[in-house]
Design a protein around this ligand. Structure first.
Ligand SMILES: [Zn+2]
Ligand SMILES: [Zn+2]
Ligand SMILES: [Zn+2]
Length: 262
């Protein structure tokens, strides 16, 4: 967490750097899944951002409980959802723990399409049921332009995950883009002068809805971002250490627990 008199304004933590199955994959005996390097253990994608006293979570996947415990996150001002896939939304119920501490509902920022999907997926929360201990959440329609949550200014970006719209977010000097395989030309101006880009890169081989490592690096190079961290990584990427050895300075793989201060 940010120290009160830190020279940094922003604190970021990658809570999960893995693709939808996580790493290791259940039942897989490949070298990556068998690795004892903690950087080869990847929970499902999630990202934590703090500025001053404002704390925001990006995505609430199936590993959320473990992630909140591991990073001692007890307080959230909002949750931003990038898109409706299960590996980004299956942990919504775990927000109950935060509700119990805070004693009020958590705002969930998402598009109307994502909201509709979540209302179906979590019908017990929304159908006015007497189901005990339901999470207290309320939807906020994601603004099209820059918006403010507490002390944080957030800029949404509209991108594509094959034919599914995905929202990415810029937080001051850092942008977090996951589950993307196309960045429209009109989004590039929003990605100028970044210090850090976190961008999904599933593996080295092409994929229909995710960038490869090579594609992610090409985008970081095009944007001249000093630091790229690739995320949403599959066991097919290879061992963290062997991949890192061949990357240029400022081009790295993210890992669970990666902390960035800017
Ligand atoms: Zn995903
Ligand atoms: Zn494996
Ligand atoms: Zn996805």
């Amino acid at each position: 967490m940010n120290a009160p008199h830190s020279k940094f304004e922003w604190f970021f933590e990658v809570l999960g750097s893995g693709t939808s199955q996580g790493v290791p994959v259940v039942g897989c005996a490949c070298a990556v899944c068998a690795s004892t390097n903690p950087k080869d253990r990847r929970l499902r994608s999630s990202f934590f951002v703090q500025k001053g006293q404002t704390r925001v979570l990006v995505d609430a996947g199936p590993d959320l409980r473990q992630q909140l415990l591991r990073s001692a996150i007890h307080d959230l001002d909002a949750v931003l959802i990038t898109h409706e896939h299960q590996d980004h939304t299956a942990g919504l119920d775990e927000l109950r723990a935060i509700n119990f501490i805070q004693g009020h509902a958590i705002p969930i920022y998402c598009t109307e399409q994502v909201e509709n999907r979540l209302r179906e997926q979590y019908s017990y929360i929304f159908k006015n049921s007497d189901y005990p201990g339901i999470p207290q959440i309320h939807f906020v329609c994601l603004p099209e332009e820059k918006f403010q949550i507490g002390e944080m200014e957030i800029e949404p970006l509209k991108l594509w995950h094959a034919n599914l719209p995905v929202t990415a977010f810029r937080f001051g000097p850092l942008a977090y883009l996951t589950d993307v395989n196309a960045i429209p030309e009109n989004a590039f101006p929003q990605l100028q002068n970044l210090e850090v880009l976190i961008l999904n890169a599933l593996r080295q081989k092409a994929h229909h809805s995710h960038f490869t490592l090579e594609e992610a690096i090409a985008i970081a190079d095009k944007l001249q971002v000093p630091q790229l961290y690739a995320t949403h990584i599959s066991h097919q990427m290879g061992l963290h250490e062997s991949i890192e050895k061949n990357l240029a300075p400022g081009r790295n793989l993210a890992f669970d627990g990666l902390k960035i201060q800017l």
